[in-house]
Design a protein around this ligand. Structure first.
Ligand SMILES: Cc1cc2nc3c(=O)[nH]c(=O)nc-3n(C[C@H](O)[C@H](O)[C@H](O)COP(=O)(O)OP(=O)(O)OC[C@H]3O[C@@H](n4cnc5c(N)ncnc54)[C@H](O)[C@@H]3O)c2cc1C
Length: 399
């Protein structure tokens, strides 16, 4: 599909996050001599997102600590930064990108690494009280309202929601977590580990309303009222919504690229168009009839390394996608890899739930499908390596 490799060509990378910076760095590491331009709609130099719901939110790490590269690295490695420029459209035929504020930039090879945005709830538009979290600016705004005694409602008990809930508790807030599933993170880690997670956090002051959703919401002078499907009402000074992400695909589809939940790419990051690649959270891969969107840090970083290799025509690094992610929730370091399908059996293979230090293996028959650990990084790694040894089998069971 692609012509000769791109060792001297102008590569434009759209996006200012992890996948963009890692692609640019990997291109230079692999000896790319041509121009590299990184275009981001954000005004800030690229930064890492995981701290936004953890140390940055709590103020224990500042802007300088979460940069994805030293400020002088871009100049030293001849990576051109175009900040505060949103790309609004593209023409595949003329290989031109159009900026939202006017003007154009041409490319010879294009990498789309535009990430994802929080899914918005129509009844909870962003306001002084209602927060969504994706950017450093979002995190700073939220930090400003997580004050001692504030009533905080977190909608969605996925990993970002729980991290924010823990940070709010550490700030002395009174926190209620509303979750549609029967237990926090249950769709990912399965019923029994999720029931443990709820007990753990309840013991540290989080209040849960699970198996229900927000049906109606209203701003009142004294707070935001949330009417839940279970008939209860939550009144909050601060509402944080963490109910997943959406990917901006309209401008990519309009240009003629194949899109679905994200930009459809193959294993190496190639899209349906010659000379256009995708990296990071914007990507979804379609294999074995399933759509697999990218959504975690390690997968985003690995996909960038693969795209750089594909651009330069060198063999891809051996980085199988195994669905790994971590989440730091107050005194818990959670790690997960593989899959925990509803049909799998979850068995604690080391430690125990009560101590908050354990490893769970998920199995179907005698086949390992996933590993989940709390505060047990070494044993987790052992399980992860065991999974890696049977990687094709993991791919079959991932949803
Ligand atoms: C608060 C938070 C905490 C997280 N914690 C963890 C964690 O603990 N563990 C884990 O595994 N993962 C975590 N993640 C996920 C991880 O950070 C993401 O997977 C990763 O950031 C994806 O990188 P990316 O470069 O693909 O996308 P992003 O980081 O989203 O970067 C995309 C960039 O593209 C820019 N952009 C978008 N559209 C355009 C356009 N049209 N023109 C120009 N620029 C554009 C965006 O503004 C942004 O700068 C967390 C994410 C968040 C938000």
């Amino acid at each position: 599909m692609n012509g000769p490799h791109a060792s001297g060509s102008h590569v434009v990378i759209v996006g200012g996050g992890l996948a963009s910076v890692r692609t640019a760095q990997a291109l230079r590491d692999l000896g790319h001599r041509g121009r590299v331009s990184l275009v981001s709609e954000e005004p800030d130099e690229p930064y890492d997102r995981p701290p936004l719901s953890k140390e940055y939110l709590l103020g224990t790490r500042g802007a300088a600590d979460i940069r994805l590269a030293d400020p002088d690295e871009y100049a030293r490695r001849d990576i051109e930064l175009l900040l505060g420029r949103a790309v609004a459209g593209m023409d595949l035929r003329t290989r031109t990108l159009t900026f939202a504020d006017g003007g154009e930039i041409g490319y010879e090879r294009l990498v789309v690494a535009t990430g994802a945005r929080p899914r918005r709830l129509p009844d909870l538009p962003e306001s002084g009280r209602v927060h969504y979290l994706r950017t450093a600016a979002d995190s700073r705004r939220l930090a400003g309202v997580l004050t001692d005694g504030a009533r905080v409602a977190v909608i969605g008990a996925g990993f970002i929601g729980l991290e924010v809930a823990c940070a709010a508790r550490l700030r002395g807030c009174r926190v209620t977590v509303v979750e549609a599933a029967a237990q926090p993170m249950a769709p990912i880690i399965g019923a029994e580990p999720a029931a443990w997670l709820r007990r753990w956090h309840s013991g540290r002051g989080l209040e849960f309303r699970c198996g229900t959703t927000v049906e109606k919401s209203e701003e009142r002078p004294g707070g935001r009222l949330l009417w839940l499907g279970d008939g209860t009402v939550v009144e909050a000074d601060v509402v944080v919504v963490g109910v997943g992400v959406v990917r901006d695909t309209a401008w990519l589809a309009a240009a003629g690229l194949e899109t679905h939940h994200g930009l459809v790419c193959d294993e190496t990051g190639r899209t349906s168009a010659a000379d256009v690649f995708g990296a990071g959270d914007i990507v979804c891969r379609h294999t074995a009839g399933r759509c697999r969107p990218t959504g975690h840090w390690t997968a985003a970083s690995d996909s960038a390394a693969k795209v750089a290799a594909a651009l330069l025509g060198v063999p891809p690094p051996d980085l199988g996608e195994d669905g790994f992610f971590w989440s730091d929730q107050a005194d818990l370091r959670l790690q997960f890899v593989g899959a925990a399908p509803p049909t799998a059996t979850a068995t604690v293979v080391s430690g125990d739930f009560d101590s908050g230090k354990f490893v769970v293996h998920y199995t179907e028959g005698d086949r390992l499908t996933g590993v989940f650990a709390a505060n047990a990084p070494r044993d987790f790694l052992r399980g992860r390596l065991a999974l890696r040894a049977i990687r094709p089998a993991i791919d079959e069971v991932r949803t």
